[in-house]
Design a protein around this ligand. Structure first.
Ligand SMILES: [Zn+2]
Length: 304
């Protein structure tokens, strides 16, 4: 009996090690409490990075963001469409920058949801500021509510662009599909709420409407992605799994990041200071700079 339970837990832990987005502690989800604890970060990083090319490429035209929309029109348009795809790379989800330039977009999610999800990785953000590394931060409404002052500090720093990580951190489905035991949105109307409510919140707090959306858990169906686009945002995932839901240790993060290619989008987390994301970034970034890479925000390039 005990052995069987161990096997089940171990299987869940293995499954968890592959997750991309933070599974979080969504209020409407079962909590999977077997997440592997990575070694506590104790290494002092003494890397002395080389200076990197400072010139950013000229930005490509941004999508036409329409702040007003007709909910009923969207529901009529999409309510009768049946999704055939479910995952992190469904049709319409952007996963890289459309360029051969040696640039990388670091993206960090702040998932929110209880004490575990609402953390702030000060060491990570301080390092990005110290090294003047631009980054795109996908922030959930629950994290904003818990960290209002920090949110405003981040918003006031032009190094960062603040994007939309959803209102309740739910997988984006028009049929209520689940992943990691988190129930997704159940209808086009719930998709609209999940995307629009946090876009409205971020715009009201910063004066800037988000251009990009990433769902809680990074899962979508392709109809939900079309709804995101109709709301004026692009759904963005990744082609480099940087910290696997903040479960990777320092070396695993280093190994993931140093496999980046020109135009890579890296997914990591900024809400788990107790994990190794900062240490992994500090280990990999100097190597990437030496290899000739520089770092950009998502908005610096067209996405594909
Ligand atoms: Zn998340």
């Amino acid at each position: 009996m005990e052995k069987r339970r161990f096997v089940v837990l171990f299987s869940i832990a293995l499954g968890m090690s592959l997750l991309a987005g933070c599974a979080g502690n969504s209020s409407n989800s079962l909590t999977v409490a077997t997440q592997t604890q990575s070694p506590s970060a104790s290494a002092v990083n003494t890397a002395t990075p080389q200076s990197l090319p400072s010139a950013l490429p000229s930005p490509t035209p941004l999508p036409n963001v329409n702040n007003s929309f007709d909910r009923q029109k969207l529901m009529d348009q999409f309510a009768h469409q049946t999704p055939t795809q479910w995952g992190e790379r469904v049709s319409g989800v952007r996963t890289r920058l459309q360029t051969t330039d040696k640039v990388i977009a670091l993206t960090f999610d702040a998932c929110g949801g209880g004490q575990a999800g609402n953390g702030y990785d000060k060491e990570l953000i301080d390092y990005l500021i110290q090294e003047q590394i631009p980054a795109t931060l996908f922030i959930n409404a629950r994290w904003i509510d818990t960290n209002a002052d920090l949110f405003q500090q981040l918003a006031s720093n032009s190094l960062f662009e603040l994007e939309n990580h959803g209102h309740e951190h739910r997988p984006l489905s028009v049929t209520g599909r689940s992943i990691y035991n988190i129930v997704g949105t159940k209808s086009v109307s719930e998709v609209i709420d999940e995307v629009k409510m946090n876009a409205d919140k971020i715009e009201s707090l910063t004066g800037r409407r988000p251009l990009f959306f990433r769902s809680g858990t990074a899962y979508y169906d392709e109809i939900a992605v079309k709804v995101v686009q109709a709301l004026g945002m692009q759904a963005v995932n990744f082609n480099v799994l940087g910290d696997a839901g903040a479960t990777y240790n320092t070396d695993q993060i280093d190994q993931a990041l140093t496999k980046s290619k020109p135009g890579s989008i890296v997914l990591m987390h900024m809400n788990h200071p107790e994990k190794s994301t900062a240490e992994g970034v500090m280990k990999a970034v100097p190597k990437l700079k030496l290899a000739g890479f520089s770092f950009v925000k998502l908005s610096a390039y067209r996405l594909e």
